[in-house]
Design a protein around this ligand. Structure first.
Ligand SMILES: [Fe+2]
Length: 277
């Protein structure tokens, strides 16, 4: 079975270390309490103009799995959202489009400091709180950690090239632009792959249907849009068709082929795929 989840707007303070002074609207795209069989926990925060005097809303903490911050700014080239990230001894100023890797057990926090767009938190376990570990639970030294180990400025893949850098005849210019944020070529032992497909108004008439084969691991697709736009797709899976519009989550369980057909609107499809160990 596949599952469609309409993200809920929830308070930031529902999870430990977080306060409701955070900016924007917080959507829970997938979590164990909305889909008990999920392999992921993903929250997206939509922010229009981070206030200049934005206070901190997050206390530093640790998880027992890789977790990520993913920034997607509201400009066409995905710039436009800035954050300050702290990971162990590193303090990084980052701008979208970027993925930040928080290694297991690394002490971390972040805050948005300017701009507009979406800020995602993707956790590679089903439940945020269950992945937390005590603050004194460091299991190794992070002294050698470098900015390049934890920050990846996302870039669009050229048409005709797969995410592995190989020639891909099925990747045509008429496809939505694909941005690679997370993968094994980007971060060490990332547990997941994360790509973003961008549907822009200038290319409305060029999209059609495309298929992803049966997966050997669980995947989720999140649809979201900037501004007031919506993105509408037809998702065919498990002999059923579903007309979905952003914001929405589609959970694809292992082994089921599925296809997507573009219907209308603009926005993004974020796919997170569990990597087999
Ligand atoms: Fe966290």
């Amino acid at each position: 079975m596949d599952h469609i989840i309409v993200p809920e707007l929830r308070k930031t303070s529902e999870i430990p270390y977080h306060a409701d002074t955070a900016p924007g609207q917080r959507y829970v795209f997938i979590a164990k309490d909305v889909f008990p069989f999920t392999a992921f926990y993903v929250v997206g925060r939509k922010v229009i103009e981070v206030p200049h005097d934005q206070p901190k809303w997050l206390e530093p903490h640790r998880h027992n799995c890789p977790t990520y911050y993913i920034l997607v700014g509201n400009r066409a080239d995905l710039t436009g959202l800035q954050a300050q990230v702290s990971i162990e001894h590193l303090s990084l100023s980052v701008e979208s489009p970027v993925a930040i890797f928080l290694p297991p057990y690394a002490f971390h926090s972040y805050r948005l400091i300017g701009g507009s767009g979406w800020s995602f938190h993707a956790n590679t376990r089903p439940d945020y709180s269950e992945s937390l570990v005590p603050e004194d639970a460091a299991t190794k030294s992070f002294d050698g950690l470098q900015p390049d180990d934890v920050a990846n400025a996302a870039t669009p893949l050229p048409p005709g090239i797969s995410s592995k850098g190989e020639a891909d005849p099925t990747s045509r210019p008429s496809r939505p632009l694909q941005w690679r944020f997370i993968g094994p070529e980007v971060f060490s032992d990332p547990w997941v792959e994360l790509d973003l497909w961008q549907f822009t108004p200038a290319q409305f008439c060029q999209y059609g249907t495309w298929r992803w084969a049966a997966t050997n691991s669980d995947q989720i697709s999140l649809l979201f849009s900037q501004h007031e736009d919506q993105l509408e797709l037809l998702v065919c899976s498990d002999n059923n068709s579903h007309h979905v519009r952003s914001p929405v989550t589609f959970y694809h369980q292992k082994g089921l082929p599925y296809s997507y057909e573009y219907l209308k609107g603009s926005g993004f499809l974020m796919r997170i795929k569990r990597l087999e160990k």
